[in-house]
Design a binder for this molecule. Sequence first.
Ligand code: IP8
Length: 269
Amino acid sequence: MLIVLKLGGSILCDKNIPYSVKWDNLSRICKEIKQFFDEKLMKNPENFINNQEKPKLIIIHGGGSFGHPVAKKHIIKDNNGNSRFVDMESGYWEIQKAMRKFNNIVISELHSYGIPAVSIQPSSFAMFNKEGLHFDLTVIKKMLDKNLVPVIHGDIVLDELNEYKIFSGDHALPYLSKELKPDLSLHASDVEGVWDNNKDIINTISSENIEDVKKSLSFSSKEDVTGGMYLKVMECFNSGVTSIIFNGNKKDNVYKALNNNVNGTIIEK
Ligand code: IP8
């Protein structure tokens, strides 16, 4: 069983304060992940002998108040609303450095709960080309075989066409979903799910209602350099894997989501 869990930057950081961490959320979430693994062990000890049955987890986290403010300094918009990167000889490293700092914090906290987390830094090997995002998954697959928990983060990457691109967790989740076909693709966000125009949560998004849903979707908030709920939903919808968007700020929701039992919006494949 493979689960991909994306932790939105806004549940781990206060986006109004650069380099801030919401420690209560981060530790609670690590604890809930640990609880999930421990319970699986207690219920089915034989699963841990037969490695195939053991749950495998990939964690993705966004840029939060680390990557976004630094990236913003290197992106300028012209009068037509088109954006471009500036001063990227220093900028590439500055964004990478901010994200390394954040990723170290997340991984250290996972370690303090005994979760065997390992860092995956996209800026060193992932790239966008004509077909979209591409990176080799051989190492990640091998890490999963060894029961390690790869932790991939939002980052800056090279783009064959436009030179640079912000690598969002919202790109990583559907890419991994498409390539690895996980049993569950989970999106811990700072809202209950996807709202319609009446501010009601949409329970299910499928090909039947996607056109209506698109009309109610918003782009990013002013602090973010990536695409907000629109990018999340469309990337999940096109990934070919069923995904759940839920509120990761609520106690027990990550634990419930890992058990496929959380309230939120289901995006059907
Ligand atoms: O918060 C953005 O990742 P996201 C990463 O998942 C950077 O969209 C570097 C801003």
